[in-house]
Design a protein around this ligand. Structure first.
Ligand SMILES: Cc1cc2nc3c(=O)[nH]c(=O)nc-3n(C[C@H](O)[C@H](O)[C@H](O)COP(=O)(O)O)c2cc1C
Length: 182
């Protein structure tokens, strides 16, 4: 994980752009597109062969990554709002679509993430949720206990709303609610 201190400066990218990366099965970056390099501020050689937590932002609750990894490892895709930390300490929010990649024999050979500008109406809700999940994590000293506690909090929230995670995440914005209905 990066030891950079966030500056609070927001870095923006265009609505018609996609930030793309691919990883091997351990989450080591094997591909980064130009938009990823420009927005994160890293050169290709600084990204390739590095673990994807290089751009992890401290405001991200660990349980979102646990859910992402569990889902990818079960062979499923996942959508998630993510705040990332750029090389200059700035941050950028994305709506990520992460998928497993399979070879001809059906073996998982890595992962792929396509990220676009998140819907503005979702972000206040996501920030509030992530702050709550992070606060739960900070109540525990041991990392695995912290992540399990916030993960359970997320599951409780879904169960209270009577929705699965996918319905929940698409329901956070009026834009994606429409997409989910298509
Ligand atoms: C395809 C793919 C894309 C990922 N993209 C990001 C990303 O943009 N930002 C991020 O912080 N973690 C991303 N991750 C998750 C990281 O691998 C890691 O789980 C996360 O940063 C938490 O790291 P930590 O548990 O070491 O703190 C991605 C993982 C995969 C498989």
């Amino acid at each position: 994980m990066s030891t950079l201190t966030p500056t609070g400066e927001e870095i923006r990218f265009r609505d018609d752009e996609f930030i793309v990366s691919k990883t091997d099965t351990r989450g080591i970056i094997t591909y980064a597109n130009d938009v990823f390099m420009r927005v994160s501020g890293y050169r290709e050689e600084e990204l390739l062969n590095q673990p994807h937590n290089l751009i992890r932002h401290p405001d991200m609750p660990g349980c979102v990554f646990k859910l992402a990894w569990d889902t990818l490892k079960s062979g499923q895709e996942i959508f998630a709002y993510v705040i990332n930390l750029a090389k200059n300490g700035g941050h950028y929010w994305v709506f990520a679509h992460m998928t497993p990649s399979f070879d001809a024999s059906g073996e998982c050979v890595g992962y792929h993430s396509n990220r676009r500008v998140p819907a503005a109406d979702a972000l206040p809700k996501v920030r509030k949720l992530y702050a709550r999940l992070l606060a739960e994590e900070q109540r525990h000293k041991e990392r695995s206990k912290a992540v399990n506690a916030s993960y359970n909090q997320l599951l409780d929230l879904l169960s209270n709303q009577g929705v699965d995670y996918r319905t929940f995440v698409f329901g956070l914005s009026s834009t994606t609610q429409l997409e989910a209905a298509v």
